[in-house]
Design a protein around this ligand. Structure first.
Ligand code: SF4
Length: 456
């Protein structure tokens, strides 16, 4: 794979992070590196990564130890849904000011913990370190230890100063905090799994839970969509971990394998193909003949329910082109397969935190000429969306304005979405959204208007 530079000025340090897939590629894309300064990386900070993972724990309290701006940055920005408590929708901050930066913020943090204990009687509090706490060197761990012994509750530090790296390091900090929370229970539950890396943005966990129930498999803990502290403490009793968001959860899965002897597999419930193969994989690992039989029945029933509607969308989407820019590699891979199932070609694909092995798979399943990008920015995305003639961009909240400005469709596959995209029913929701966006008459009106203004 090599980059053809045409009509675009790429910052030199980024050249190896952009490739055209030439099919029989010999080189590998540069990835899993620090972002290049000045490139307008779309990655969030370490603290934000940690917050993304821990915030969905519905009955936990979250204190952001830092200036108020850090707290507002991630307060309730993700639509992760709860079937129980709603405490997690509140955010608490120590609101550090100039004086605290000079004299230290530990006393303020202790007071914040006291206030929360007095008013809300929490069982678990997470304390997030932000940039300034990393700079002034507050001993957050000591404050947490003191509070734990004073109140007999769990007060867990999350080591996430924003500047210490990027979002991926925040995932790791959150996973370390989760390990702190988990009990020492041994693997005792058979045909019971932990579901890692789904944040229940629009009820996806409930869909997958129903599928698993139908084949006789229980979930001990969702980590962390719609999670509660009790189930997380029991997570070590499961016999298998399934990992959906590999970028955020592979580290936790590895630690649980080493320390709790729980094996893990990577799965994906995006699209018919990946949903069916993930269910089969789970059934084969922890099920018996009966589980396998039930799995095949479920796949057949659920696929036949959605086939008619999917065919309707396929006929309307055949031959269109897609661009994908998402957080992790697992999602990008599933999306490429989903677009292929709809008769569409993925002509641009990138991730914020994909790993070498993800890009190898992406290279193998995309068409020759597809542009592959790691940790890209709006400037590069705009160029390649235009160059490759994408009809739709799939991304997150930061990519939406870019798509609309370019006059192409957009699908939010991240925190702002309002309908579930997992499982068989999620595949139909996805196809419907892609159809409604790509084939919306608004793009023709925009093209005409742009043409009129430029005198074409
Ligand atoms: S980069 Fe630092 S200051 Fe900004 S939100 Fe993250 S932790 Fe807060």
């Amino acid at each position: 794979m090599e980059l053809r530079q045409k009509d675009i000025k790429i910052i030199q340090e980024r050249e190896k992070s952009i490739c055209y897939n030439h099919g029989q590629g010999t080189g590998s894309i540069q990835c899993d590196q620090e972002s290049v300064s000045g490139t307008v990386s779309q990655r969030a900070c370490v603290y934000c990564g940690a917050r993304v993972v821990l915030n969905p724990i519905t009955d936990a309290y979250h204190i952001v130890h830092g200036p108020i701006g850090c707290a507002s940055y991630t307060w309730d920005i993700r639509g992760s849904l709860s079937s129980g408590e709603e405490i997690y929708r509140n955010s608490f901050s120590t609101d550090l000011r100039e004086k605290d930066v000079i004299f230290g913020g530990e006393r303020k943090l202790s007071s914040a913990i006291d206030e929360i204990v007095e008013n809300y009687r929490p069982r678990v509090i997470f304390i997030y370190s932000t940039c300034i706490v990393g700079v002034i060197g507050d001993d957050v761990e000591a404050v947490c230890r003191q509070a734990e012994s004073k109140y007999g509750i769990r007060v867990i530090p999350v080591k996430s100063p924003g500047f210490a790296g990027h979002k991926s390091m925040g995932y790791k900090a959150a996973c370390n905090a989760l390990m702190e929370l988990m009990g020492k229970e041994k693997r005792t539950k058979f045909r019971a799994i932990n579901y890692l890396g789904d944040f229940n943005l629009s009820g996806e966990i409930w869909i997958i839970r129903n599928y698993l129930k139908a084949i006789g498999v229980d979930i001990v803990a969702n980590i962390t969509g719609d999670a509660d502290c009790d189930s997380l403490m029991k997570a070590p009793s499961a016999s298998l971990n399934i990992v959906q968001c590999a970028g955020s959860m592979t580290y936790l899965a590895r630690r649980m394998e080493e320390e709790h002897d729980i094996p893990f597999v990577k799965v994906s419930f995006f699209g018919l193909e990946d949903t069916a193969s993930s269910l089969r994989q789970i059934a084969q690992i922890i099920g018996d003949e009966e589980t396998l039989r039930k799995t095949e029945v479920l796949i057949l029933e659920e696929s036949s329910k959605v086939e008619g509607e999917l065919q309707y969308y396929r006929e309307r989407l055949m031959g269109k082109n897609a661009a994908v820019y998402v957080g992790g590699g697992f999602k990008a891979i599933s999306l490429i397969r989903q677009f292929r199932d709809l008769g569409m070609d993925t002509v641009v694909v990138g991730t914020q935190t994909g790993k070498r092995e993800d890009y190898e798979i992406i290279k193998n399943i995309t068409s020759p000429g597809t542009v592959i990008l790691d940790d890209t920015n709006p400037y590069e995305l705009e160029h390649f969306i235009r160059e490759k003639g994408a009809d739709i961009l799939v991304g997150g909240v930061k990519e939406r304005p870019l798509a609309y400005k370019l006059g192409v469709g957009f699908c939010d596959h991240n925190h702002e979405r309002k309908h579930a995209l997992s499982g068989f029913e999620g595949a139909v929701n996805f196809a419907r959204e892609i159809h409604q966006s790509v084939n919306s008459p608004v793009w023709e009106i925009i093209k005409e208007e742009l043409g009129r203004r430029s005198g074409i």
